[in-house]
Design a protein around this ligand. Structure first.
Ligand SMILES: O=C(O)CCC(=O)C(=O)O
Length: 300
């Protein structure tokens, strides 16, 4: 058995109020009252500044899967000791016990993490995020997969925060998507058909640094280019309840989606609990056998 099948059990700690859980269910989107503690935020800000500075070739694309840089398509320079999951700071941040506690309240105590991304929009030149549903490519069946998006910088309408359409998750379908041709200098080029939504229904999710939103995988979202003189950065971490299965066999390779993502050989990290579905393969794609165990075993 691989060691990451032995993660710490759920803790049953309550971070969210019942009112917040009700908002998440109603809107498919929640900005919790909880904020990342200041010391963790300062660390995340330092990590982001270094990632951007160390990867000047990655211009106007999401930085993806810094928690497993040697696996990831982009071959990012992700900082000291990042090739070892035991010392990878991005993975440690994704295993933040408060965030896992919060997720436990939404999806239960058996939690898998499968993707991270940094959505960094440079001041003045940061591209737009075409409206889309994340559900379009995710090979998780049945599909339940919350996204936690942590504001590293201030994120406002002025510097192109993400906008979501509340309630758009209820359809439980991804809708018709295509690719934009890149001519608009966009950061995210998955694009849902214009006929599928009304942009006037979109609500800006404005956040201070350390605030976060949690969104349902079917929530429709996008945002404008960053024309302000301040950058806008968010660290996004994607999870799913282990009662659902990540189907590597049906996952699209990166050529079918984008040049920065590959779903086929994606390593999975069991952050808490056990694999309830018995269908998740925790051996695929891992650079180091038994990686990711120690950091999820030691709650702060
Ligand atoms: O940060 C952004 O602008 C895009 C975020 C996004 O598309 C996502 O989290 O799926």
């Amino acid at each position: 058995m691989h060691a990451w099948m032995l993660a710490a059990p759920g803790r049953g700690r309550r971070i969210l109020g019942d009112d917040e859980i009700a908002v998440y269910e109603r809107d498919g989107l929640l900005v919790p009252r909880y904020r990342l503690p200041p010391a963790d935020l300062a660390k995340l800000q330092r990590m982001c500044e270094r990632l951007v500075a160390d990867n000047p070739h990655a211009v106007n694309v999401p930085f993806t899967n810094m928690h497993v840089p040697s696996y990831a398509v982009q071959k990012l320079n992700c900082g000291p000791r990042s090739d070892n999951p035991f010392t990878n700071e991005w993975l440690q941040m994704a295993a933040h016990p408060d965030i896992l506690d919060l997720l436990e309240q939404l999806i239960g105590p058996d939690i898998v993490m499968w993707a991270t991304a940094l959505f960094h929009k440079e001041a003045r030149t940061g591209g737009k995020t075409h409206y889309h549903r994340d559900a379009i490519y995710y090979p998780i069946r049945p599909l339940v997969a919350p996204n936690v998006w942590i504001a590293v910088t201030e994120s406002t309408l002025a510097n192109s925060c993400v906008c979501h359409i509340p309630g758009s998750h209820k359809a439980r379908v991804s809708g018709k998507h295509g690719f934009s041709d890149g001519s608009e200098g966009e950061l995210v080029n998955n694009k849902i058909d214009d006929s599928e939504f009304d942009v006037n229904d979109a609500v800006p999710v404005e956040l201070e640094p350390g605030q976060m939103y949690v969104s349902d995988v079917f929530s429709l979202h996008g945002g404008g280019p960053n024309t302000s003189d301040r950058p806008r950065t968010g660290y996004s971490i994607r999870y799913f309840p282990s009662a659902r299965g990540y189907e590597h066999a049906i996952a699209p390779g990166h050529a079918a989606t984008s040049n920065y993502n590959d779903f086929k050989s994606r390593p999975l990290f069991l952050m808490r609990g056990v694999d309830r579905s018995g269908r998740n393969d925790f051996s695929i794609g891992h650079p180091v056998r038994d990686g990711g165990l120690a950091l999820v075993r030691s709650p702060r």
